[in-house]
Design a protein around this ligand. Structure first.
Ligand SMILES: Nc1nc2c(ncn2[C@@H]2O[C@H](COP(=O)(O)OP(=O)(O)O)[C@@H](O)[C@H]2O)c(=O)[nH]1
Ligand SMILES: [Mg+2]
Length: 528
């Protein structure tokens, strides 16, 4: 997730995700002097967001383990989990040079919030929560340089106030009709605020059974994010709490928890399609403990003691949390409770197995093995491939949507026309091709445009990878082979666009043809 990918820097604009974001930023700059103060203020906000890391919201039902996963991703136990006021608020985790937490009130006021003794954001704020908009946490953790993580209370659940706070922040709130318009104000009105507030990408957390309201929440969520279409371009999903799946309930799992989780994830991917491209199993709790310093050498020591128990006894203890903590045993029950909170039964059982296979294993290596067992690495990689590779397109699309909304809200027809014309010019530029590719990918992956399966897969592959070898399905192949393949496919898609395609397929085919052509231009031998 640490950018690296085509990060473009310009003196006045900070870090931009790529050439397309740069073009949109230039558009905003140029137009700022030609529009009303209000629209200009909106553009300033768009510019600020374009220069910020990708905004990834973690969404899902209450108690699906969102905050736990956020802690794991950041590598620090900072978001309160389970209960407390804070779990009912939206918290934005962004990079900062000094650790600092602020309460942001609905009237715009801010108040510094000291960390709790354990280094976490306090679960109780000591202020009237109905006056709070959200919490802003600035942390020094490097991963936040690549993305801002937004922890949400959960859509489709909880009290109405939490839901509306979540929706507000994600830009889903219904645009309020303001009767008394304060003309000429530099302040952003609600419409603009909402237009620019949307998260740009979603990490959707589900647990075992995807229910109808999961689907609805995801639909609402992806529609609410600033991208024009809800779709797999900016949303990925995890099946969390994989450790709690009973493997015997899943056919074909052969009693293996991870296998069962993988099978269920695949099933859920087809249920959640077309909103997300795929679903990855993960054990957020173990990932959090392994990544955030929660797992200590004292824990490793206690596990070592448990590993020495007679296996029959241990297996009996591991039947349930109650038996595990109340069983007569040398490891103090308080210690066992702590292990349970950090690893749950599956993690404890996994650690014991590892210790029994390798009694001399260090606490560090044991932690590493727990991390491997959590599936977090695969989630990180997916985030990096899907979001980082598309950050330029995603951010630019979000920014353009905001610019369009701002112009639309303007009372001045001349201003609307100027913005409209500028966007037209931008869309004709070569770098805007990525927008069309992402759009084509959304159309195909969502089933809006019907394609034979092999062609859909090809579109997804070309549109979802940053690496040319991966885009062409030939990772690591030599350049001449890549060039030849790209040229061949460019030709194929052009003829598909002309012959034997429906009008909708034909539009997609033109975009794919152009994508291959641009790839070919990059990898062909330099012309002498
Ligand atoms: N067994 C297990 N428990 C988990 C996992 N992830 C989270 N939990 C627990 O689920 C509860 C709710 O987690 P939380 O992160 O607060 O959920 P949120 O409401 O979605 O933010 C907490 O008690 C977590 O410890 C997991 O992967 N496995
Ligand atoms: Mg939470």
């Amino acid at each position: 997730m640490t950018g690296g990918l085509g990060v473009v820097t310009s003196p006045e604009q900070g870090r931009l995700a790529g050439p397309l974001s740069m073009s949109v930023a230039n558009l905003c700059h140029r137009l700022q002097s030609q529009v009303s103060a209000r629209t200009a203020a909106g553009f300033a906000e768009v510019l600020r967001r374009l220069g910020a890391p990708l905004q990834v919201a973690v969404a899902g039902r209450i108690k699906s383990g969102k905050s736990t996963l956020v802690n794991a991703l950041i590598g620090r136990r900072v978001a309160p989990t389970d209960i407390g006021e804070c779990t009912r608020l939206v918290t934005r985790f962004q990079y900062g040079t000094v650790d600092r937490v602020e309460i942001v009130f609905t009237d715009g006021r801010k108040q510094v919030l000291p960390f709790a003794a354990d280094g976490m954001i306090p679960a109780e704020l000591g202020v009237d929560i109905t006056t709070v908009s959200h919490i802003e946490a600035y942390l020094t953790n490097a991963v936040l340089q690549g993305m801002t993580v937004i922890d949400t209370p959960g859509l489709g659940s909880l009290d109405a106030a939490s839901v509306s706070r979540t929706e507000q922040l994600l830009g889903a709130a219904k645009h309020r009709k303001d009767d008394e318009d304060e003309e000429g104000s530099d302040e952003l009105d609600d419409t603009s605020r909402n237009a620019v507030a949307g998260a740009e990408a979603v990490l959707y957390v589900v647990t075992q059974g995807v229910r109808a309201d999961d689907q609805q929440a995801l639909a609402a969520f992806t529609a609410a994010t600033a991208s024009r279409e809800a779709g797999p371009v900016n949303a990925i999903a995890v099946l969390n709490k994989a450790d709690t799946i009973a493997p015997e309930s899943v056919e074909g799992a052969g009693g293996d928890v991870w296998k069962a989780a993988t099978i269920l994830s695949e099933k859920q991917a087809s249920t959640l399609k077309p909103r997300v491209a795929d679903v990855l199993p993960v054990i957020g709790l173990i990932a959090e403990s392994a990544e955030s310093g929660g797992f200590t050498s004292a824990d490793a020591e206690a596990l070592r003691q448990l590993a020495e128990l007679d296996d029959d006894i241990l297996q009996t203890m591991l039947i349930s949390a109650d038996i595990f903590t109340t069983w007569e045993c040398d490891v103090p029950s308080g210690t066992r409770l702590r292990l349970l909170e950090k690893l749950d039964l599956f993690g404890i059982s996994h650690a014991v197995d590892v210790i029994r296979k390798e009694p001399e294993i260090t606490a560090g290596a044991l932690r590493r093995s727990l991390l491997d067992a959590s599936g977090l690495e695969a989630v990180r990689q997916r985030l990096s491939i899907v979001f980082a590779a598309r950050a330029d397109g995603i951010k630019a699309a979000a920014a353009l949507a905001s610019v369009t909304a701002l112009a639309h809200a303007s009372a001045d027809p001349g201003e609307r026309q100027r913005v409209h014309d500028a966007i037209e010019v931008l869309l004709a530029k070569p770098e805007a091709h990525q927008l069309r590719l992402l759009e084509a990918l959304t159309l195909v992956a969502s089933g809006a445009v019907d394609m034979p399966e092999d062609l859909s897969e090809e579109v997804l592959r070309v549109g979802s990878n940053a690496d040319i070898g991966a885009q062409l399905g030939k990772p690591g192949a030599p350049r001449p082979e890549l060039a030849a393949h790209a040229l061949e496919r460019a030709g194929w898609w052009r003829s598909f666009a002309s012959f034997g395609a429906t009008p909708a397929q034909s539009r997609v085919a033109h975009v794919v043809h152009r994508a291959y052509f641009l790839i070919w231009q990059q990898v062909r031998e330099p012309q002498s």
